[in-house]
Design a protein around this ligand. Structure first.
Ligand code: ASP
Length: 346
């Protein structure tokens, strides 16, 4: 493993706490321009890689993230793909796992890293975590193997000394510096005195496959979390919407849910008319296992799809990608349950 002098990294700034400043009138943190970051991390100049900075015109708090912005990020990476060895995307933590998952389905057969990072404290804060996160992300993005190829060839999130597969990561803490975890998959790498990469866990593209860009994402999806006392009438009302093509349900434990006969009947009708129902777990770790308990058997009977051990973020954007991709949707169910880019078990 080596980091060559020649690595060229494109640093893409979208916003997030990392570049924010305090508005002294309101007391709130608001997005600022990139000079704020560059000024506060003069060490960037000392890293022996060539860094080019690209800042979007519209810098956002990542709670404003949407499909159009994912497309802007992916368009930029796709357009600049040949000119760089790796990409580091500065992004707010709130929706970083969604964006990372989205990029993993939009840009396929990568041979170069796309590493998302951000921070919990703004770069100007004395105790900021921005410096370490940014500098180590750049280091990971510039690692090469003995053949001179990028060592990491997938979308990852770097945060607080750990590199995670993006479509396995989730934000778990709003206050701690270790804001992310990847409960169902070990970290791809760790930064300590040395930068360690778990080579055996990395995705490798098959030699014959070219980079493919799937730009379209469908937004005709809906995500709900069930809870004790949820009203059947409200659920039936939701199912009345003709806009929803795919409904993702965060059920209990291994996919369990209350027995609401009218709701299940309505769901079955919707499935027969072409709607997809995906079952996820409210637990951060472990897997959905439909039929393990009587209270999840109903899903199988009506033809719902298991989200396996996918994060909610990965499952949601995978459904958005597959809905847009499948013209007649015939392969949706098959593709959804396949491990496409390391997001779930086989
Ligand atoms: N609200 C911020 C964002 O996601 C939080 C952060 O960056 O940590 O953009």
């Amino acid at each position: 493993m080596q980091r060559t002098e020649k690595s060229k990294i494109l640093l893409i700034y979208t916003g997030g706490t990392i570049g924010m400043s305090r508005n002294f009138e309101t007391g709130a943190l608001e997005p600022f321009n990139f000079n704020n970051i560059a000024q506060h991390i003069p060490e960037l100049k000392q890293i022996p890689v060539k860094i080019t900075i690209f800042e979007f015109e519209q810098i956002i708090d990542s709670s404003e993230m949407n499909v159009e912005y994912w497309q802007k990020i992916a368009d930029k990476i796709f357009a600049e793909y040949q000119g760089y060895d790796g990409f580091v995307v500065l992004h707010g933590t709130d929706t970083m796992a969604y964006t990372g998952s989205a990029l993993s389905f939009m840009l396929q057969n990568l041979t170069k890293p796309i590493i998302l990072t951000g921070s919990q404290l703004p770069v100007g804060d004395l105790r900021t975590d921005a410096k370490e996160n940014l500098i180590s992300s750049i280091y990971f993005a510039s690692l090469k193997n003995e053949l001179g190829e990028s060592q990491i060839q997938e979308v990852a999130i770097y945060f607080e000394y750990k590199l995670y597969r993006a479509n396995r990561a989730t934000k778990i803490n709003a206050n701690h510096f270790d804001a992310f975890d990847s409960p169902n998959f070990p970290p791809l790498g760790e930064s300590g005195i040395t930068m360690e990469v778990n080579e055996h866990l990395l995705l490798k593209k098959k030699p014959s496959q070219e980079l493919k860009y799937y730009r379209d994402m469908s937004s005709q999806v809906m995500l709900i979390k069930i809870f004790p006392g949820m009203q059947e009438e409200i659920l039936l009302h939701l199912l009345g919407s003709s806009k929803i093509q795919c409904l993702l349900v965060e059920a209990y434990g291994s996919g369990n849910i209350f027995n609401y006969p009218k709701f299940f009947k309505a769901l079955e009708k919707k499935i027969n008319k072409g709607m997809y129902i995906i079952i996820l777990s409210q637990c951060v770790g472990g897997s959905v296992s439909l039929g393990k308990y009587g209270s999840s058997k109903k899903w199988q009977q009506i033809g719902a799809i298991s989200g396996k051990n996918m994060t909610t973020e990965a499952a949601l954007v995978k459904s958005m990608h597959l809905l847009a991709k499948a013209e007649n949707h015939t392969n949706f169910k098959l593709d959804f349950t396949k491990n496409l880019f390391g997001e779930c078990f086989e």
